[in-house]
Design a protein around this ligand. Structure first.
Ligand code: GUN
Ligand code: FE
Length: 423
């Protein structure tokens, strides 16, 4: 494992309302883990290799809690519909192409090389229902040096014939086979159970997935309370439930004894939120997707105040970019419109909160991730903002703010994941 020292202008969250800025400080990495921030390097670290990044900003790697790898191919296209029509018109036809490995090889190759260059150091990914293509994606993610969870998707009802598994039994069997093939194969890439959402999963399938969750102690991801049409459909499909989340919870697929991420939660009721809090369910807030698909705007400041666990997500291709800087800015903008137009009770998100959500907020799904404090895994981005010209000298804080609104992969000079430098 790697031990070294870097020097630069360190910026990281110490809580959801405060960014700590350490100008020209040394950050020590010992065996892949942050081991101290110093204004002058202590003698005991003098022998470690030192890289001085000069006047550049250094921030924790950004965490994407929810991204659909097969949808990367049509990012920025087909934004003229709401969720259910969008799925049927654009998404399902594209995902069906991953039955062909040569297509998957090309498309996932593009996805992974973009993600590797991006601000994302860790991601939680949906693949498709196809096992060989999902394994190929996992191999590519592993080789990228990024850390990720990848899910083979389950769908056995209300889906087009060309993208529907034959039965709950076959879906569960294929998933178990895939888990056994991949759970120990990779160092950085792990399987995650991935029922697409309640409308596309029968009771028997959800029951079967609970069995796999217990047998293999896996985390789980899905979608929740994203769109009004979707929520009404779930109510029709599950008339005995009081709220959408209960349709997962009655099968033990809603956190509690396992890590769980639910994407969106735009229109979650108080009961749903209460259960998520009790069960430690992570909310993957996807502001670009929620605006592109006109789903709505989740009251994120309220969720944070209530003590819910929240991170940010690109949700490509509902979101049109994998750039997590854009996701942070999008979260702030969406929260301002919500506040101005809908509800003055929930304050707009601040820069500090958005930065926290993209680092520590989502990072905590992966353990001690998202900070430079002692004991956190050493994930870092070195930002060269010299191309973002300004006629005056800006403070470090102002430079960080501008990066949140304006940076993309061209501004990333170096990237470290768990103590390994990717570039
Ligand atoms: N709900 C079910 N599937 C999807 C998907 O692919 N994207 C989004 N945004 N929501 C979904
Ligand atoms: Fe999604």
């Amino acid at each position: 494992m790697s031990s070294f020292v870097i020097r630069g202008n360190l910026c990281y969250s110490i809580n959801s309302n405060q960014i700590n800025i350490r100008p020209q400080a040394y950050l020590v990495c010992e065996d892949g883990v942050c081991a101290g921030i110093f204004d002058a390097l202590p003698e005991r670290y003098a022998a470690l290799p030192l890289t001085d990044f000069g006047d550049r900003l250094v921030i924790p790697g950004l965490i994407d809690l929810h991204i659909h790898a097969p949808q990367f191919a049509f990012r920025g296209l087909g934004m003229d519909m709401e969720l259910l029509d969008w799925l049927n018109t654009y998404t399902f036809p594209e995902e069906s192409k991953y039955a062909q490995l040569d297509y998957a090889d090309r498309a996932y190759g593009q996805f992974v090389s973009h993600l590797r260059r991006s601000a994302t150091t860790r991601a939680v990914c949906f693949a498709t229902i196809h096992t060989p293509a999902t394994e190929l994606l996992m191999e590519k993610m592993e080789n990228s040096g990024l850390i990720s969870y990848v899910g083979k998707v389950n769908m056995d009802r209300n889906s087009p014939d060309y993208l529907c598994e034959e039965s709950a039994k076959k879906s569960v069997a294929a998933t178990e086979h895939w888990i056994c093939e991949t759970k120990s194969r990779f160092a950085r890439t792990k399987p995650i159970l991935t029922p697409r959402f309640v409308p596309s999963c029968s009771d028997a399938l959800l029951q079967g997935l609970r069995g796999l969750l217990e047998k293999y102690a896996l985390p789980l991801q899905s979608h929740l309370s994203e769109n009004f049409g979707e929520i009404a459909w779930v109510k029709e499909l599950c008339p005995d439930t009081e709220f959408y989340g209960e349709a997962y919870d009655r099968f033990g697929l809603f956190g509690g004894d396992h890590p769980c991420i639910m994407a969106h939660c735009v229109h979650s009721s108080d009961e749903e939120l209460e259960l998520m809090k009790k069960n430690g369910v992570f909310i993957a807030h996807s502001p670009l997707s929620n605006t592109n698909l006109a789903s709505g705007v989740a009251p994120i400041a309220k969720y944070m105040e209530a003590g819910l666990r929240v991170g940010l997500a690109s949700d490509v291709a509902g979101g049109d970019t994998e750039n997590m800087f854009q996701v942070m800015a999008g979260a702030i903008r969406a929260s301002k419109l919500r506040w101005r137009l809908l509800d003055q009770e929930v304050k707009p998100l601040t820069v500090d909160q958005a930065f926290y959500l993209a680092t520590l907020g989502g990072g905590s799904f992966f353990g001690k991730v998202g900070s430079f404090a002692d004991g956190y895994e050493f994930d870092a981005l070195v930002l060269d903002d010299s191309a973002l010209e300004h006629p005056q000298e800006l403070t470090l804080r102002a430079r960080l703010e501008r990066c949140i609104y304006q940076a993309d992969e061209r501004h990333i000079a170096a990237k470290f994941v768990s103590g390994t430098r990717l570039f």
